[in-house]
Design a protein around this ligand. Sequence first.
Ligand code: FE2
Ligand code: FE2
Length: 314
Amino acid sequence: MNADDYRSFADDWESRATIRTRPRRVVENDEKLIYPLSRQPLVLSETFTRHCPHLRDFALIQSLYKFINDVVIFETEIVDRTARSIAKDNFAIRFPFACRYDAMTVVVDEDYHALVAMDFMQQTMALTGIQPIQLPLEIELSRAIPAALALAPEHLRGAVELICVAIAENTVTNDVAAFARDDTVKQSIKGLMADHLLDEGRHSGFWARMVRIYWHAAPKEDREIIATIMPVFIAQYLTNDIQKSFDFVLIEHLDVAEPIRQALRDESQAMCFPINRHHPLVGNIVRFFKTSSMLDFTCVQRALADYLPAGGVQ
Ligand SMILES: [Fe+2]
Ligand SMILES: [Fe+2]
Protein backbone atom coordinates (compact mmCIF):
# COMPACT_ATOMS: atom_id res chain seq x y z
CA MET A 1 0.00 0.00 0.00
CA ASN A 2 1.29 3.49 -0.76
CA ALA A 3 -0.02 6.87 0.33
CA ASP A 4 -2.08 7.38 -2.84
CA ASP A 5 -4.12 4.24 -2.18
CA TYR A 6 -5.25 5.50 1.24
CA ARG A 7 -9.04 5.50 1.62
CA SER A 8 -10.52 7.70 4.33
CA PHE A 9 -12.91 6.27 6.94
CA ALA A 10 -14.64 9.66 7.29
CA ASP A 11 -18.12 8.26 6.42
CA ASP A 12 -17.73 5.51 8.97
CA TRP A 13 -16.69 8.09 11.56
CA GLU A 14 -19.76 10.27 10.83
CA SER A 15 -22.16 7.39 11.37
CA ARG A 16 -20.38 5.45 14.14
CA ALA A 17 -18.04 7.62 16.24
CA THR A 18 -19.21 7.56 19.86
CA ILE A 19 -19.02 11.35 20.11
CA ARG A 20 -21.60 11.44 17.29
CA THR A 21 -23.83 8.61 18.49
CA ARG A 22 -23.72 7.98 22.27
CA PRO A 23 -25.73 9.54 25.09
CA ARG A 24 -24.04 10.27 28.43
CA ARG A 25 -23.70 7.20 30.65
CA VAL A 26 -24.56 7.37 34.34
CA VAL A 27 -22.88 5.18 36.97
CA GLU A 28 -25.50 2.94 38.62
CA ASN A 29 -25.82 2.71 42.38
CA ASP A 30 -26.13 -1.09 42.41
CA GLU A 31 -24.32 -4.12 43.83
CA LYS A 32 -22.13 -4.76 40.81
CA LEU A 33 -18.40 -4.09 40.82
CA ILE A 34 -17.01 -0.75 39.68
CA TYR A 35 -13.83 -2.35 38.31
CA PRO A 36 -13.08 -5.94 37.25
CA LEU A 37 -11.38 -8.10 39.89
CA SER A 38 -9.16 -9.56 37.19
CA ARG A 39 -7.58 -6.14 36.65
CA GLN A 40 -6.69 -5.64 40.32
CA PRO A 41 -5.44 -9.10 41.36
CA LEU A 42 -4.30 -7.74 44.72
CA VAL A 43 -7.90 -7.99 45.98
CA LEU A 44 -7.95 -11.68 44.98
CA SER A 45 -4.78 -12.44 46.89
CA GLU A 46 -4.77 -14.79 49.87
CA THR A 47 -3.84 -12.02 52.33
CA PHE A 48 -6.47 -9.59 51.06
CA THR A 49 -9.35 -12.06 50.98
CA ARG A 50 -8.48 -13.35 54.45
CA HIS A 51 -7.66 -10.11 56.29
CA CYS A 52 -9.50 -7.23 54.63
CA PRO A 53 -12.23 -8.39 52.22
CA HIS A 54 -14.37 -5.43 53.43
CA LEU A 55 -11.82 -3.08 51.75
CA ARG A 56 -12.36 -4.65 48.35
CA ASP A 57 -14.63 -1.91 46.98
CA PHE A 58 -12.27 0.81 48.21
CA ALA A 59 -9.39 -0.90 46.37
CA LEU A 60 -11.47 -1.34 43.22
CA ILE A 61 -12.64 2.30 43.25
CA GLN A 62 -9.03 3.48 43.56
CA SER A 63 -8.05 1.12 40.75
CA LEU A 64 -10.80 2.61 38.56
CA TYR A 65 -9.44 6.09 39.35
CA LYS A 66 -5.97 4.97 38.29
CA PHE A 67 -7.36 3.43 35.10
CA ILE A 68 -9.18 6.70 34.30
CA ASN A 69 -6.06 8.71 35.05
CA ASP A 70 -4.05 6.44 32.72
CA VAL A 71 -6.65 6.85 29.96
CA VAL A 72 -6.50 10.65 30.27
CA ILE A 73 -2.69 10.65 30.09
CA PHE A 74 -2.66 8.22 27.16
CA GLU A 75 -5.30 10.04 25.13
CA THR A 76 -4.23 13.63 25.70
CA GLU A 77 -0.45 13.37 26.07
CA ILE A 78 0.44 10.47 23.78
CA VAL A 79 -2.11 9.78 21.00
CA ASP A 80 -3.54 13.30 20.69
CA ARG A 81 -0.04 14.73 20.34
CA THR A 82 1.06 12.53 17.43
CA ALA A 83 -2.33 12.47 15.68
CA ARG A 84 -2.65 16.27 15.94
CA SER A 85 0.75 16.83 14.44
CA ILE A 86 -0.07 14.48 11.52
CA ALA A 87 -3.41 16.26 11.03
CA LYS A 88 -1.74 19.66 10.92
CA ASP A 89 0.98 18.37 8.59
CA ASN A 90 3.78 19.36 10.89
CA PHE A 91 4.79 15.75 11.57
CA ALA A 92 8.21 14.61 10.34
CA ILE A 93 6.54 12.31 7.80
CA ARG A 94 4.16 13.92 5.28
CA PHE A 95 0.82 12.26 4.61
CA PRO A 96 -1.94 13.11 2.10
CA PHE A 97 -4.99 15.13 3.15
CA ALA A 98 -7.24 12.05 3.57
CA CYS A 99 -4.83 10.65 6.20
CA ARG A 100 -4.62 14.02 7.90
CA TYR A 101 -8.40 14.32 8.05
CA ASP A 102 -8.67 10.86 9.63
CA ALA A 103 -5.90 11.80 12.07
CA MET A 104 -8.04 14.77 13.14
CA THR A 105 -10.97 12.42 13.86
CA VAL A 106 -8.58 10.46 16.09
CA VAL A 107 -7.74 13.69 17.97
CA VAL A 108 -11.45 14.41 18.47
CA ASP A 109 -12.19 10.82 19.59
CA GLU A 110 -9.28 10.70 22.03
CA ASP A 111 -10.05 14.03 23.67
CA TYR A 112 -13.66 12.89 23.96
CA HIS A 113 -12.53 9.61 25.59
CA ALA A 114 -10.56 11.67 28.09
CA LEU A 115 -13.63 13.79 28.82
CA VAL A 116 -15.88 10.75 29.30
CA ALA A 117 -13.25 9.19 31.59
CA MET A 118 -13.16 12.38 33.69
CA ASP A 119 -16.96 12.36 33.83
CA PHE A 120 -16.82 8.82 35.29
CA MET A 121 -14.25 9.98 37.81
CA GLN A 122 -16.51 12.80 39.02
CA GLN A 123 -19.61 10.58 39.04
CA THR A 124 -17.80 7.90 41.05
CA MET A 125 -16.54 10.46 43.58
CA ALA A 126 -20.07 11.82 43.98
CA LEU A 127 -21.58 8.34 44.33
CA THR A 128 -19.05 6.87 46.77
CA GLY A 129 -17.70 9.95 48.55
CA ILE A 130 -14.23 8.45 48.05
CA GLN A 131 -11.49 10.76 46.78
CA PRO A 132 -8.62 9.39 44.69
CA ILE A 133 -5.37 8.63 46.48
CA GLN A 134 -2.23 10.04 44.88
CA LEU A 135 -2.36 8.97 41.21
CA PRO A 136 0.68 8.49 38.97
CA LEU A 137 1.78 11.43 36.81
CA GLU A 138 2.99 9.13 34.04
CA ILE A 139 2.10 5.91 32.24
CA GLU A 140 4.60 3.36 30.93
CA LEU A 141 4.51 4.99 27.47
CA SER A 142 5.55 8.34 28.97
CA ARG A 143 8.94 6.66 29.52
CA ALA A 144 9.04 4.02 26.76
CA ILE A 145 8.50 6.44 23.84
CA PRO A 146 11.26 8.90 24.90
CA ALA A 147 13.58 5.91 25.50
CA ALA A 148 12.95 4.68 21.93
CA LEU A 149 13.32 8.19 20.48
CA ALA A 150 16.63 8.64 22.27
CA LEU A 151 18.02 5.68 20.30
CA ALA A 152 16.80 6.95 16.94
CA PRO A 153 18.90 9.10 14.63
CA GLU A 154 17.35 12.52 14.06
CA HIS A 155 15.82 11.67 10.67
CA LEU A 156 14.00 8.60 12.08
CA ARG A 157 12.49 10.11 15.20
CA GLY A 158 9.13 10.76 13.52
CA ALA A 159 8.97 7.19 12.19
CA VAL A 160 9.80 5.71 15.60
CA GLU A 161 7.17 7.90 17.29
CA LEU A 162 4.58 6.83 14.70
CA ILE A 163 5.32 3.13 15.22
CA CYS A 164 5.33 3.38 19.03
CA VAL A 165 1.94 5.14 19.08
CA ALA A 166 0.62 2.61 16.56
CA ILE A 167 1.74 -0.28 18.78
CA ALA A 168 0.12 1.33 21.82
CA GLU A 169 -3.16 1.96 19.98
CA ASN A 170 -3.27 -1.65 18.81
CA THR A 171 -2.53 -3.03 22.27
CA VAL A 172 -5.00 -0.92 24.21
CA THR A 173 -7.83 -2.10 21.98
CA ASN A 174 -7.61 -5.69 23.14
CA ASP A 175 -6.99 -4.63 26.70
CA VAL A 176 -10.29 -2.73 26.78
CA ALA A 177 -12.11 -5.64 25.11
CA ALA A 178 -11.44 -7.91 28.09
CA PHE A 179 -12.92 -5.25 30.36
CA ALA A 180 -16.12 -4.89 28.31
CA ARG A 181 -16.94 -8.60 28.55
CA ASP A 182 -16.93 -8.92 32.36
CA ASP A 183 -20.51 -9.43 33.62
CA THR A 184 -19.69 -8.82 37.27
CA VAL A 185 -18.99 -5.16 36.42
CA LYS A 186 -21.55 -2.31 36.41
CA GLN A 187 -23.38 -1.86 33.12
CA SER A 188 -22.35 1.80 32.73
CA ILE A 189 -18.65 0.93 33.12
CA LYS A 190 -18.96 -1.90 30.60
CA GLY A 191 -20.82 0.49 28.31
CA LEU A 192 -18.05 3.05 28.67
CA MET A 193 -15.51 0.39 27.67
CA ALA A 194 -17.65 -0.87 24.78
CA ASP A 195 -18.02 2.71 23.45
CA HIS A 196 -14.30 3.24 23.70
CA LEU A 197 -13.65 -0.09 21.98
CA LEU A 198 -15.83 0.84 19.04
CA ASP A 199 -13.71 3.91 18.36
CA GLU A 200 -10.46 2.07 19.01
CA GLY A 201 -11.28 -0.54 16.38
CA ARG A 202 -11.16 2.28 13.83
CA HIS A 203 -8.01 3.74 15.33
CA SER A 204 -6.01 0.51 15.41
CA GLY A 205 -6.60 0.04 11.68
CA PHE A 206 -5.73 3.67 11.01
CA TRP A 207 -2.37 3.48 12.78
CA ALA A 208 -1.47 0.14 11.19
CA ARG A 209 -2.17 1.61 7.73
CA MET A 210 -0.09 4.72 8.46
CA VAL A 211 2.83 2.53 9.51
CA ARG A 212 2.38 0.33 6.44
CA ILE A 213 2.53 3.40 4.17
CA TYR A 214 5.67 4.66 5.87
CA TRP A 215 7.38 1.27 6.05
CA HIS A 216 7.01 0.41 2.38
CA ALA A 217 8.47 3.74 1.30
CA ALA A 218 11.36 3.64 3.82
CA PRO A 219 14.91 2.76 2.72
CA LYS A 220 16.25 -0.62 3.84
CA GLU A 221 18.91 0.95 6.12
CA ASP A 222 16.25 2.95 7.96
CA ARG A 223 14.03 -0.12 8.43
CA GLU A 224 16.98 -1.98 9.91
CA ILE A 225 17.78 0.77 12.41
CA ILE A 226 14.13 1.03 13.48
CA ALA A 227 13.87 -2.75 13.93
CA THR A 228 16.74 -2.71 16.46
CA ILE A 229 14.96 -0.03 18.53
CA MET A 230 11.69 -1.98 18.85
CA PRO A 231 12.77 -4.43 21.59
CA VAL A 232 13.90 -1.53 23.79
CA PHE A 233 10.53 0.15 23.39
CA ILE A 234 8.58 -3.06 24.05
CA ALA A 235 10.57 -3.96 27.17
CA GLN A 236 9.96 -0.52 28.70
CA TYR A 237 6.31 -0.52 27.63
CA LEU A 238 5.66 -3.85 29.37
CA THR A 239 7.28 -3.02 32.70
CA ASN A 240 4.96 -2.79 35.67
CA ASP A 241 6.95 -0.37 37.86
CA ILE A 242 4.24 2.27 37.79
CA GLN A 243 1.47 -0.23 38.60
CA LYS A 244 3.58 -1.62 41.42
CA SER A 245 4.23 1.78 43.00
CA PHE A 246 0.51 2.54 42.71
CA ASP A 247 -0.31 -0.74 44.46
CA PHE A 248 2.13 0.19 47.23
CA VAL A 249 0.46 3.59 47.70
CA LEU A 250 -2.92 1.84 47.72
CA ILE A 251 -1.70 -0.62 50.37
CA GLU A 252 -0.51 2.36 52.47
CA HIS A 253 -4.09 3.64 52.44
CA LEU A 254 -5.65 0.38 53.62
CA ASP A 255 -6.68 0.43 57.24
CA VAL A 256 -4.89 -2.77 58.30
CA ALA A 257 -2.02 -3.69 60.63
CA GLU A 258 1.54 -3.28 59.39
CA PRO A 259 2.33 -7.05 59.09
CA ILE A 260 -0.71 -7.42 56.82
CA ARG A 261 0.47 -4.46 54.75
CA GLN A 262 3.84 -6.14 54.37
CA ALA A 263 2.20 -9.41 53.30
CA LEU A 264 0.15 -7.48 50.72
CA ARG A 265 3.31 -5.81 49.39
CA ASP A 266 4.93 -9.22 49.02
CA GLU A 267 1.90 -10.57 47.17
CA SER A 268 1.86 -7.57 44.85
CA GLN A 269 5.59 -8.00 44.21
CA ALA A 270 5.06 -11.61 43.17
CA MET A 271 2.31 -10.73 40.69
CA CYS A 272 4.36 -9.42 37.77
CA PHE A 273 4.39 -10.86 34.28
CA PRO A 274 7.65 -11.82 32.54
CA ILE A 275 8.76 -9.45 29.77
CA ASN A 276 8.92 -12.02 26.97
CA ARG A 277 6.56 -13.93 24.67
CA HIS A 278 4.47 -15.03 27.66
CA HIS A 279 3.41 -11.51 28.64
CA PRO A 280 -0.37 -11.16 28.02
CA LEU A 281 -0.02 -8.06 25.81
CA VAL A 282 2.61 -9.57 23.53
CA GLY A 283 0.02 -11.34 21.36
CA ASN A 284 -1.52 -7.95 20.54
CA ILE A 285 1.86 -6.42 19.80
CA VAL A 286 2.84 -9.25 17.46
CA ARG A 287 -0.53 -8.95 15.72
CA PHE A 288 0.22 -5.28 15.06
CA PHE A 289 3.60 -6.17 13.50
CA LYS A 290 1.72 -8.57 11.22
CA THR A 291 -1.10 -6.20 10.15
CA SER A 292 1.32 -3.33 9.56
CA SER A 293 3.38 -5.80 7.43
CA MET A 294 6.54 -4.98 9.40
CA LEU A 295 6.86 -8.63 10.38
CA ASP A 296 7.25 -9.63 6.72
CA PHE A 297 10.77 -8.22 6.97
CA THR A 298 13.70 -10.26 8.25
CA CYS A 299 15.16 -7.37 10.26
CA VAL A 300 11.93 -7.15 12.30
CA GLN A 301 11.65 -10.93 12.74
CA ARG A 302 15.20 -11.01 14.04
CA ALA A 303 14.71 -8.05 16.41
CA LEU A 304 11.51 -9.52 17.88
CA ALA A 305 12.78 -13.08 18.25
CA ASP A 306 12.21 -13.07 22.04
CA TYR A 307 8.56 -12.13 21.59
CA LEU A 308 7.58 -14.40 18.72
CA PRO A 309 6.06 -17.83 19.35
CA ALA A 310 8.78 -20.44 19.78
CA GLY A 311 9.55 -21.79 16.32
CA GLY A 312 9.28 -18.38 14.61
CA VAL A 313 6.59 -16.52 12.66
CA GLN A 314 3.48 -18.47 11.74
FE1 FE2 B 1 -9.11 6.27 23.00
FE1 FE2 C 1 -7.32 5.52 20.02
